[in-house]
Design a protein around this ligand. Structure first.
Ligand SMILES: [Zn+2]
Ligand SMILES: [Zn+2]
Length: 270
């Protein structure tokens, strides 16, 4: 077992055992963790199965007829690991909720600070979080951190089972903002929050499906969102297209594949 594997296991152990320190009590924490784990699994795995079933039959598969296995079981196992990390994080606000204590999840615009605050706050959070996801992904491709990201690149011709098939360290770096829901001083307007989470999950399932819908591929870039064709290229060539939700940072940082090709062309022209 490599050092990276030991660190991944340590992260799992710390996140699970931290529940013993939960102020609402370990019973509430672990109950919440199980509820979160079952709830997230019941969304991700049927979603992955549906997207995979549709895309494997699609005539517009991005890497042509499948030559590599779909690795559905391996993807399921890795996804359950990432779900465990997300559940350990979600258990903190859920434990407060179960104890009847206030959390950061609010249901009225008034509690969220008004319409203007909700709109501007969510736009700012979206761009800031996406910037973090982009730079986290760039960092994971450095020599020191790639061992924690290598497994995701094992899915060279991905299916939606690989959408959330990432290790404990990458899961923690991706999902840690969930803990903010535990704090009443960080109000999240629930309808917008759940819509954004559902959008992120659906987008990620589509990004890894291995096929493309012409309509979706035309619409998403107009919204500055990542597409299946765009992210599929990252799985085939790990030096381009690092964006996880928006394509903004790849445009700004010159890591978009089209930009790289343009650079190569101008360098080779006399
Ligand atoms: Zn990916
Ligand atoms: Zn990568």
């Amino acid at each position: 077992m490599t050092r990276a594997h030991w660190i991944e296991r340590l992260v799992f152990a710390v996140l699970v055992l931290a529940g013993l320190l939960c102020p609402q009590g370990p019973a509430r924490f672990y109950g919440a963790m199980v509820i979160a784990f079952v709830g997230i699994t019941c969304v991700l795995l049927p979603g992955a199965a549906l997207f995979t079933w549709l895309s494997e039959r699609s005539p517009s598969r991005l890497q042509g007829p499948r030559r590599l296995p779909t690795f559905a079981w391996r993807g399921t196992k890795d996804t359950l690991g990432a779900t465990l990390v997300a559940s350990c994080l979600l258990a903190w606000p859920l434990a407060r909720l179960r104890a009847g204590e206030p959390t950061g999840l609010v249901w009225t615009l008034e509690e969220a600070g008004g319409l203007g605050t909700v709109v501007l706050g969510n736009l700012f959070a979206l761009v800031a979080l996406d910037a973090w996801l982009y730079w986290k992904h760039r960092l994971l491709h450095t020599r020191w951190l790639f061992p924690f990201h290598r497994a995701h690149h094992g899915y060279r011709d991905p299916t939606s089972y690989s959408s959330f098939a990432v290790g404990a360290v990458e899961s923690l770096l991706t999902f840690f903002p969930i803990v903010l829901l535990a704090f009443p001083w960080a109000p999240h307007y629930a309808p917008v929050y759940f819509a954004l989470v559902a959008g992120f999950v659906t987008l990620n399932l589509y990004l890894h499906c291995g096929a493309q819908s012409r309509l979706v591929e035309a619409v998403l870039p107009r919204l500055w969102l990542n597409t299946s064709a765009f992210h599929n290229r990252h799985h085939a060539d790990a030096s381009v297209n690092f964006g996880e939700a928006l394509i903004l940072w790849d445009h700004l940082m010159g890591t978009r594949e089209a930009a790289r090709l343009d650079q190569a062309k101008s360098a080779s022209s006399p």
